[in-house]
Design a protein around this ligand. Structure first.
Ligand code: C2E
Ligand code: CA
Ligand code: CA
Length: 597
């Protein structure tokens, strides 16, 4: 959409007239005709109507090359030309992804319907018959440019915030990089990602979420504009520009911004912008953002790489605990590559039967005999060997893979437990971990009931472990889902208890059976005064609510004695046994099962 540089042998010219063409008078109109006279007439008609930017070409062989350089908004194309015909050009234009969308008006002296039909089939936008009538030319041109502007809006702008979308932003960034390169200056690219935006959607609904995004976009464009943001044509390379990359992510390109002081200053401005409460549906929402920075030319000289790098820096900022600003370093790329490779392989893990369950015994706190086990997933990677869940569960939780993994875990845990029941250990209780995504699935209780039935395992032998954080979303919905689970007869346990939320009111409201004290507290007992106090308080509260108490992460004899002293119902940890393979667990059972059974 800008006139670019003049190429030798090609005429471009302009007039100062303005005949009320709205925004279109600056659009670039390219005309290709073998007769210079026709070109002159067309240009004169259009100039009279207020258009200013023309590219005229009488050598059709150069048309395609020139279209790609000049990026015209509309092409007026003669059909019958020696050497390369209008059809040839049209065909090439439509075949090239870069030019496919170009509006093409075909000039034809034919009244022959087959020529027109052929042009139509090849995707022509409109026709004009020679000799060209001036008012018809102006009308068709206007329609073609309106259609193009509409198409651009859909292609290049985000429908919600009206900001440039990722595609246009990347193009503008490329322009910015090119112009920084020419002038020997620098450029910073900043990605702004709203922290925990999903919470807004979850608690206030998607409409409210949209409203917040619109407000964020407005505030950020204020920031970009204050510093001389100017979208006027021809200035794109040196002006700041803002875009929405998708979801809750925005990007700002900052030409000329190179020093850490400037970047920090802008980061602080964004923090301030986000901290002012957003008002939606009578509620006030306060947000923070994580910022990732990549710089030209230090981090990359390519726009697409800069975007990737700033994205990696943003991810690191999120991991740093959010509300921070992070610069790109090359380690991010290595780590991201590693993650990507694990993620790609994870898709094969399920189909390739590479997942296994290990079982960590849970012992009765009073008599020290085995009463159950926690099923913990492992990944036997063909090259990496045994991969621990902490390396792949968080990755799987970012997409729907976790649902398939958890479904497999439940199926397999039920099958194995039933087999051990048949072998004589029929009181054995198995615990499985349920992730947030799976919990939110509409029919989790139905799926679990079906898995138990397939395995012929009574649901009362199954415990589902849910983390505190997962229970705190929408309270009504959570209560409903928990009651569904309770109704099929499984036991409900709150995993990692004590680290998440201080609000304990929900314990009374939800049909919960047991609390599993987080291993970070168990680690501190009995030496650490605070940890000991917390564990005592949790146990006392659980007693008053008639909940069972499980302690995990028991590693020392002192810890075990302390927990026994509090009458902890069950204990689990390395002191008794690590997570074991099925055969190992079976031997462990044989030695530690209630002999009276
Ligand atoms: P978690 O549910 O808290 O599981 C207990 C973790 O503590 C296990 O780590 C276990 O090996 C470890 N552990 C056991 N005894 C001790 C001890 O004495 N000291 C210490 N420091 N740690 C001990 P693991 O197996 O690596 O699992 C890590 C986390 O991965 C689990 O934490 C759970 O959140 C997740 N996870 C594991 N298996 C599954 C699964 O099948 N599905 C889902 N959704 N998540 C799983
Ligand atoms: Ca667990
Ligand atoms: Ca746990």
């Amino acid at each position: 959409m800008n006139s670019g540089e003049e190429l030798p042998g090609v005429g471009t010219s302009g007039t100062d007239q303005d005949a009320g063409q709205g925004d279109f008078q600056n659009d670039i109109i390219m005309m290709v005709d073998s007769e210079p006279l026709t070109l002159g007439v067309l240009e004169a008609y259009l100039a009279q109507a207020g258009y200013r930017n023309f590219i005229t070409l009488d050598d059709s062989a150069r048309a395609l090359e020139l279209i790609k350089v000049e990026k015209p908004d509309c092409l007026l194309l003669d059909i019958h030309m020696p050497e390369v015909s209008g059809f040839d050009i049209l065909k090439a234009v439509r075949a090239d992804p870069e030019t496919r969308q170009l509006s093409v008006i075909v000039l034809t002296s034919d009244t022959d319907p087959t020529t027109k039909l052929k042009a139509l089939e090849m995707g022509v936008t409109d026709f004009l018959e020679k000799p060209v009538d001036s008012s018809e030319l102006v009308l068709r041109m206007r329609n073609a440019l309106i259609a193009k502007a509409y198409r651009d809006q859909l292609t290049y702008y985000d429908g919600l915030t009206r900001l440039p979308n990722r595609l246009l932003f990347q193009q503008r960034l490329e322009t910015g990089v090119t112009s920084a390169q020419r002038s020997g200056s620098g450029l910073a690219l900043m990605i702004v990602s709203v922290d925990r935006f999903q919470n807004v959607n979850d608690s206030l609904g998607p409409m409210a979420g949209d409203a917040v995004l619109i407000q964020i976009a407005q505030r950020l464009s204020g920031l970009a504009r204050d510093a001389g943001y100017d979208q006027r044509k021809g200035q794109e390379g040196t002006a700041r520009c803002l875009g929405r990359l998708g979801g809750d992510e925005f990007a700002i390109s900052l030409p000329g911004v190179t020093s850490e002081e400037e970047i920090t200053e802008i980061g602080e401005q964004i923090s301030r912008i986000m901290k002012q409460p957003f008002e939606v549906e009578g509620e006030e929402v306060v947000l923070t953002a994580s910022l990732g920075i990549a710089r030209f030319p230090e981090d990359s000289i390519e726009a697409s790489q800069l975007l990737k790098h700033a994205g990696a820096a943003k991810e690191a900022a999120k991991k740093e605990g959010r509300n921070t600003l992070q610069y790109y370093t090359s380690e991010f790329t290595e780590r991201a590559n590693e993650r990507r490779s694990i993620e790609a392989d994870l898709h094969k893990a399920l189909d390739g039967h590479q997942l296994r369950l290990h079982f960590q015994p849970q012992l009765n706190g009073h008599d020290g005999l085995v009463c159950g086990m926690e099923a913990l997933v492992r990944w036997h990677h063909p090259k990496r060997g045994l991969v621990q869940p902490e390396q792949f569960i968080p990755l799987a939780e970012e997409n729907d893979l976790i649902i398939a993994i958890d479904a497999w875990v439940i199926e397999e845990a039920c099958r194995q437990t039933h087999a051990w029941h048949l072998a004589g250990y029929d009181g054995l209780q198995v615990s499985v971990n349920v992730s947030a995504r799976q919990f939110k699935q509409a029919n989790l209780a139905g799926q679990i009931a079906a898995a138990c039935e397939r395995a012929d395992l009574p649901p009362s032998s199954l415990t589902v472990e849910l983390t505190e954080g997962l229970l705190m979303g929408n309270l009504d919905r959570t209560a409903r889902l928990l009651h569904d689970l309770k109704n099929i007869g499984v036991t409900i346990s709150v995993d990692d208890f004590g680290i998440g939320y201080s609000s304990l009111a929900y314990l009374k409201r939800f049909p919960i059976d047991e609390l599993k004290i987080d291993r970070s507290f168990v680690r501190g007992v009995p030496g650490n005064h605070e940890d000991s106090a917390i564990v005592r308080a949790i146990v006392a509260m659980a007693r008053s609510l008639e909940l069972e108490i499980v302690a995990e992460g028991v590693e020392t004899g002192e810890q075990l004695e302390f927990l026994k002293g509090l009458n902890c119902d069950r204990v689990q940890g390395l002191l008794m046994a690590a997570p074991l393979r099925d055969s190992e667990f079976f031997s462990f059972l044989a030695k530690n099962w209630n002999q009276l059974d």
